[in-house]
Design a binder for this molecule. Structure first.
Ligand code: G16
Length: 539
């Protein structure tokens, strides 16, 4: 039976950089999830003809949320739901499933790299038929529904068994429980040279893949160990856990420390990669070597010809404004299109759909391409392995050769976390207002050549988005400031600092950027306004 439940709006359901991300306790409040899902359905006409995907990274509350979404979909007479077996679907695989089956959208239940558990975070990435997250105008329409909602429709059908692949029904809604892994791995096989990768992984090459107890573990086990023949145990932390085993599933130098220690220790393996909770972010490490994500994007782009799917050429490349300029130098040298977008993978979608770009990436450990409409941690890992298989060089040699050819953008991100929202907002407003007066000013040996708010005009739908503030210095250095759109504890100020050099290629980034980091704090007045003398996290 379908019931109509009276409800009142929650006013805090505006989506951030990647969907709705909240404390789990917030999402578990009565009617909270229900209101949000019904608000999404309220923006979609003809639901009786529409099909959606449901799945997630396995975090706490996902299973309950999936059952609720099934019943609300049935209450709204949705035609069909595809659901990942046991409720699991990685974000990149989800994008592929939506595109391959021509679905109308999908609900990927994840707070991505944020920790999981009762006291941690829960989230929903809502994808459209593009296979990527909804555009700002679509999330605005949903937000307006959340403010106006007065009722939702829900079936009282018993819970659906998610553990067996097969078909069933909830009210009139068809349900298909699907294998979330195989199709995605087939897609990888169409892009990369699997026999070549197999010969690398079955040689004495030593590789570790860290699933961080997120959703990628089962994908990686099947791919690297079963299909490509890497030794058992290559994939570590391979079982999705509701609380990620207490791990903060964010693949960076701080939160993947055990992997970093392994790669910087005696007897380190040749290569390591880590993925985040929902499998879209990646970190790449070599022996005693960390690949900065901005450099990773530049290096992958420069080597596109080594990958069968790209051998005949790529359209172009894009990065978020906060990502370093390294990939622009490659795009210029290769004479391919180059675009700079706001932070958020959704801004790449129109560029891919209109064949302006093939490869794209962000400083926040995201790299991907137009095979799907999300960033893709396993794709990035396979790309790096392919470069190694072709060149037989170490990660460090590959990076050093790249810097010798193009110069190096030393890069660091400084995060100041858990700031009062009003303090962070005022800091950004005041900083924006003073940008014009900074031009021409000298700080130590750095003179500001330009300073402006970053504004992106989408070439496809002509929408305009402002995100972040950029300061350029005469020597090519840059500082970018923006507020995070994915946090759940107060506001986070991120400052992205980069310095371009053509010599001194193997120095420590913290040493090379010491002055600029200090200048970034001085310009933003962060210490004066928040008392914080140094960032909480440096990546
Ligand atoms: C999400 C988006 C990314 C974006 C990141 C930025 O990542 O999908 O495109 O770069 O947020 O986060 P913030 O606004 O905190 O800097 P994810 O991996 O959380 O989905």
């Amino acid at each position: 039976m379908i019931e109509t439940i009276q409800t009142v709006p929650y006013t805090d359901q505006k989506m951030g950089t990647a969907g709705l991300r909240r404390k789990t306790q917030t999402a578990m409040q009565p009617h909270y999830l229900e209101n949000f899902i019904q608000s999404i359905f309220n923006t979609i006409p003809n639901l009786a003809e529409k099909s959606f995907l449901i799945g997630g990274d396995g975090r706490y509350f996902n299973k309950t949320a999936i059952q609720k979404i099934i019943k609300i979909a049935a209450g709204n007479h949705v035609k069909k739901l595809y659901i990942g077996q046991n409720g699991l679907v990685s974000t990149p695989a989800g994008s592929h499933i939506i595109l391959k089956n021509k679905l109308d959208g999908g609900f990927i239940l994840t707070a991505s790299h944020n920790p999981g558990g009762q006291k941690e975070d829960f989230g929903i990435k809502y994808a459209t038929k593009t296979g990527g997250q909804c555009q700002p105008s679509e999330s605005q329409a949903i937000y307006e529904q959340t403010l106006a909602i007065g009722e939702y429709k829900i079936s009282d059908h018993p819970d659906i068994d998610l553990s067996h692949i097969g078909r069933t029904q909830c009210e009139e809604t068809q349900i298909e429980i699907i294998d979330p892994i195989t199709d995605y791995l087939n897609l990888m096989q169409q892009i990369f040279d699997f026999p070549k990768l197999k010969s690398l992984l079955t040689s004495n090459f030593r590789f570790v893949f860290d699933g961080m107890n997120g959703v990628t573990g089962p994908y990686a086990k099947k791919l690297f160990e079963e299909i490509l023949g890497a030794p058992a145990g290559t994939v570590i932390r391979a079982t999705p856990l509701e609380d990620f085993g207490g791990v903060h599933p964010d693949p960076n130098l701080t939160y993947a420390k055990s992997l970093v220690d392994l790669m910087y220790g005696n007897d380190a393996p040749d290569f390591a990669a880590a993925n985040d909770g929902d499998g879209d972010r990646n970190m790449i490490l070599g022996q005693n070597f960390f690949v900065c994500p901005s450099d990773s994007l530049a290096i992958l782009t420069d080597n596109y010809k080594l990958i069968p799917a790209y051998r005949n050429g790529i359209f172009g490349v894009a990065k978020s404004a906060a990502t370093s300029m390294a990939v622009k130098r490659v795009a210029d040298a290769l004479n391919i299109g180059y675009y700079e977008v706001p932070t958020g993978w959704k801004y790449f979608i129109h560029l891919m759909d209109s064949n302006r770009i093939t490869i794209c990436g962000e400083e926040s450990f995201g790299t991907g391409a137009s095979h799907i409409r999300e960033k893709d941690g396993i794709w990035a890992t396979l790309f790096w392995l392919s470069i190694i298989a072709e060149t037989r060089k170490s990660v460090k040699e590959i990076a050093l050769e790249h810097w010798k050819k193009y110069g190096r953008s030393y890069y660091l991100r400084n995060d100041f976390e858990n700031l009062p929202q009003d303090v962070a907002d005022k800091l950004m407003t005041d900083l924006q207002n003073k940008l014009p007066s900074l031009i021409g000013q000298t700080f130590g040996s750095f003179t500001v050549s330009d300073a402006y708010p970053f504004v992106y005009n989408d070439p496809v739908d002509n929408s305009s988005t402002q995100n972040g503030l950029i300061i350029h210095f005469r020597d090519g250095s840059r500082i970018v400031y923006r507020l995070s759109g994915t946090g759940t504890n107060g506001a986070t100020l991120r400052s992205y600092i980069e310095r371009y050099v053509t010599m001194d290629l193997l120095e420590n980034p913290e040493d090379m950027l010491k002055d600029l980091c200090r200048i970034s704090r001085q310009i933003s007045e962060i210490t004066l306004r928040t008392g914080k003398e140094r960032p909480d996290i440096v990546t």
